[in-house]
Design a protein around this ligand. Structure first.
Ligand code: DC
Length: 219
């Protein structure tokens, strides 16, 4: 039996890494919904929009965005490979700004629900347990302390050759945490039916094992 797995949590908690490993293990597909908000921000900025021009941004999503999320993790927007271009600090903040807009969320949530309706998806984001997949068979809220997340992000950036210092990354994480959990539309929070996992003192493998146990109870 194929199920859906919903994973919510703040940025840098390890959602993407964990989801990728689970996808390989289960032969499922990882749907990175944050990448969708990032792609919208990227395209909006490229077209000279401000991130509060809600109607124009929605128009772009519906009429001017051909987004392909490949199973190998590459992201193609209107024929352009934006896999790495959407990971900059500028796009992170713009994605957080654009994700506040009600109708932008509505448009992207509809796309996400359509994709995951086939089952066999690991969907990670902020509103997956409550809004996108309220019927997901496994629901996880993955957290880690802001300091641990900043340390991990710094290491990841260094590996990718992206410049940046710990203090700036931590400040950016705290700012986005605040913005993502205090916005009016679908703020980040743990739902009662989600299993909370704090990954601060756990290895990636330990987190994967906990989620695999939850999955095995369902399938
Ligand atoms: O997970 P991420 O850092 O790539 O997400 C980028 C931004 O998009 C983040 O600030 C929160 C927002 N987001 C959201 O509001 N809902 C989602 N399901 C996924 C991401």
């Amino acid at each position: 039996m194929r199920i859906n797995i919903a994973i919510d949590g703040p940025s840098g908690a390890g959602k993407s890494t964990i989801s990728d490993i689970l996808a390989k293990r289960l032969d499922y597909v990882h749907l990175d919904t944050g990448a969708m908000y990032r792609a919208v921000a990227y395209l909006g900025l490229k077209k000279g929009l401000k991130m509060d021009e809600e109607d124009r941004v929605v128009d772009i999503i519906q009429n001017e965005m051909d987004l392909v999320l490949n199973p190998d993790g590459t992201i193609i927007c209107n024929g352009e490979d934006i896999t790495h271009k959407i990971r900059t600090n500028e796009i992170s903040m713009a994605a957080s700004d654009v994700s506040k807009l009600k109708n932008v969320r509505k448009a992207l949530v509809a796309m996400q629900q359509k994709i995951a309706s086939k089952k066999g998806y690991i969907v990670d984001g902020r509103d997956i347990c409550e809004v996108v997949l309220p019927d997901a068979e496994v629901k996880v809220f993955l957290t880690a302390s802001a300091e641990d997340r900043a340390k991990r992000r710094l290491l990841q950036n260094q590996e990718k050759g992206i410049a940046g210092d710990y203090e700036t990354i931590l400040a950016d994480i705290l700012k986005r945490d605040y913005q993502d959990s205090h916005r009016e539309n679908s703020p980040l929070h743990k739902t009662d039916d989600a299993t909370a996992i704090d990954s601060s003192n756990l290895s990636i493998e330990e987190v994967v094992d906990i989620i695999m146990k939850l999955v095995n109870e369902k399938i």
